[in-house]
Design a binder for this molecule. Structure first.
Ligand SMILES: *Cc1c(COP(=O)(O)O)cnc(C)c1O
Length: 362
C-alpha cells in the first residue's frame, strides 16, 4: 500500500519530559483523517497538523452520539524499537463497533496503516521511560448536519496520539471498587459490546457516586438480574477463587477486551484452570468472607492489570489479599509488559515493530 499524503506542521510542539506525562492531556504534532461520503465511500486519507475541527452545530454526532473509538498503545523498548500491541485486533474491534452503530466499516489494512504511518511520523513523541507509552485513539464520528434519528450519510475517521505516563507512577496500587445494583452499564442487546461513545456518558453518574463513597471504580453488575459481574470501570474483571480463575463470558453486554484475551491466553498456556462463566456477586462476597477469594483484578490497555484491594457491596466492605497485588496478577502484568517493551520473547506475535523510514528518522 502506498503512503498517505502528509502535510507537516510548521510549528512542532515541545514534547513534555517523560516524568511530566499523565494520561490523555498532551497530543502529538499530527493527526490522521479520512472521510466517508455516499458514492465515494471512505476517501481522502491524509495526515495533517493536529488542529481543531469545524463542525456545524447540527452535526449528527453532537446530538445522537453516533460515534465509536478504540484505544491501543505503542511502546519504545529498551532496544529503541517502537512496538504496537495487537494492532490488527484493535482494528477489527473498531470495525465491529462501527457495525453496531450503523457506521460504514473501514478497510482493516487501512486502519493499521494509519496506526503505523502516524506513529512513524510522530515517533519522537514515543516516550522511553519505563511504563510510559504512546496512546493511539482511533475514532469515527457521524458528520452529517441534520436533526433526526437515523444513520448519518457522512462520517470522519480520525486518529490522534497522546504520550502517556505510567499508570502506576508509585508502583502498582490496588483499587477500591463498589458493586452497584442501582445503576447499570449495559444490557444484553444494547451497546455494551461496542466501544461506543454513549456507553461512557452513561457510566459517569454511577462513577461519581462511587467516588463520593470513597471508591475508585464501579463494579458493574448485569442489567437484568443486577447480580452477575459484568465489568469494572472501563476494564474487564477477573478473579481467582481457590485454583479457579473466573471471568464473565462475552455474552453481548461486555466489551471483548484485548487485554482480557491476552491474559486468558497466557493463563491457559500456563496450565491454569480458567473459566469464562457467569459469576454472581453473592458468590464473590461469600468467597471473600471464607478466605477462598485469593485475588481479583481488572484488565485493560491503560493499566494492563489493575488489582482490586477492596470490594464494597451494600453494607459490606471487604479487603482482598490484604489489599495487596496477588501473585498471579503480578505474573500477568510482568508477562505482558515484557512482550510490550520487547524484553521477553513474543511467542504470540502480539507486538508489531513500527518501521521508521530514513526520511522520518531525519
Ligand atoms: C476498552 C474497554 C475495556 C478493555 O479493553 P482492552 O482492549 O483490554 O483495552 C474493557 N471494558 C470496556 C467497557 C472498555 O471500554
Amino acid at each position: 500500500m502506498s503512503e498517505f499524503p502528509v502535510t507537516r506542521t510548521n510549528r512542532p510542539a515541545r514534547r513534555p519530559a517523560d516524568d511530566a506525562l499523565r494520561f490523555g492531556t498532551v497530543f502529538t504534532d499530527h493527526m490522521f483523517l479520512m472521510d466517508f461520503h455516499p458514492g465515494e465511500g471512505w476517501h481522502d486519507a491524509r495526515i495533517v497538523p493536529y488542529d481543531n475541527f469545524s463542525l456545524d452545530p447540527a452535526t449528527c454526532v453532537l446530538h445522537y452520539a453516533q460515534a465509536v473509538f478504540d484505544g491501543l498503545k505503542a511502546f519504545r523498548g529498551a532496544d529503541g524499537v517502537i512496538r504496537l500491541f495487537r494492532p490488527a485486533d484493535h482494528a477489527a474491534r473498531l470495525n465491529r463497533s462501527c457495525e453496531r452503530l450503523c457506521i460504514p466499516e473501514l478497510d482493516p489494512a487501512l486502519i493499521r496503516q494509519s496506526f503505523e504511518q502516524l506513529v512513524a511520523l510522530d515517533h519522537r513523541w514515543v516516550p522511553s521511560k519505563p511504563g510510559t507509552a504512546l496512546y493511539l485513539r482511533p475514532t469515527v464520528i457521524a458528520t452529517e448536519p441534520f436533526l433526526g434519528v437515523r444513520p448519518s450519510s457522512s462520517y470522519r475517521y480520525f486518529l490522534i496520539l497522546s504520550p502517556v505516563g505510567p499508570y502506576y507512577p508509585e508502583g502498582i496500587d490496588p483499587v477500591k471498587i463498589l458493586a452497584t445494583d442501582q445503576y447499570v452499564r449495559a444490557v444484553p442487546g444494547g451497546l455494551g459490546a461496542a466501544k461506543a461513545a454513549g456507553n461512557y456518558a452513561a457510566s459517569i453518574y454511577a462513577a461519581e457516586a462511587a467516588h463520593k463513597a470513597g471508591y475508585t471504580q464501579v463494579l458493574w453488575l448485569d442489567g437484568v438480574h443486577r447480580r452477575y459481574l459484568d465489568e469494572v470501570g472501563t476494564m474487564n474483571i477477573m478473579l481467582r477463587i481457590n485454583d479457579e480463575v473466573i471471568t464473565p463470558p462475552l455474552a453481548g453486554a461486555i466489551l471483548a477486551g484485548i487485554t482480557r484475551d491476552s491474559t486468558l491466553r497466557l493463563m491457559r498456556d500456563w496450565g491454569l484452570r480458567v473459566s469464562e462463566r457467569p459469576i454472581a456477586i453473592d458468590e464473590v462476597i461469600a468467597a471473600a468472607a471464607d478466605g477462598s477469594l485469593a485475588e481479583m483484578w481488572g484488565t485493560g490497555t491503560a493499566a494492563v492489570v489493575s488489582p482490586v484491594g477492596e470490594l464494597g457491596y451494600k453494607e459490606t466492605r471487604l479487603t482482598i489479599n490484604g489489599g495487596r497485588i496477588g501473585a498471579l496478577t503480578q505474573r500477568l502484568y510482568d508477562a505482558i509488559v515484557g512482550i510490550q517493551y520487547g524484553t521477553a520473547p513474543d511467542p504470540y506475535g502480539w507486538a508489531e515493530p513500527v518501521r521508521i523510514s530514513d526520511n522520518e528518522a531525519a
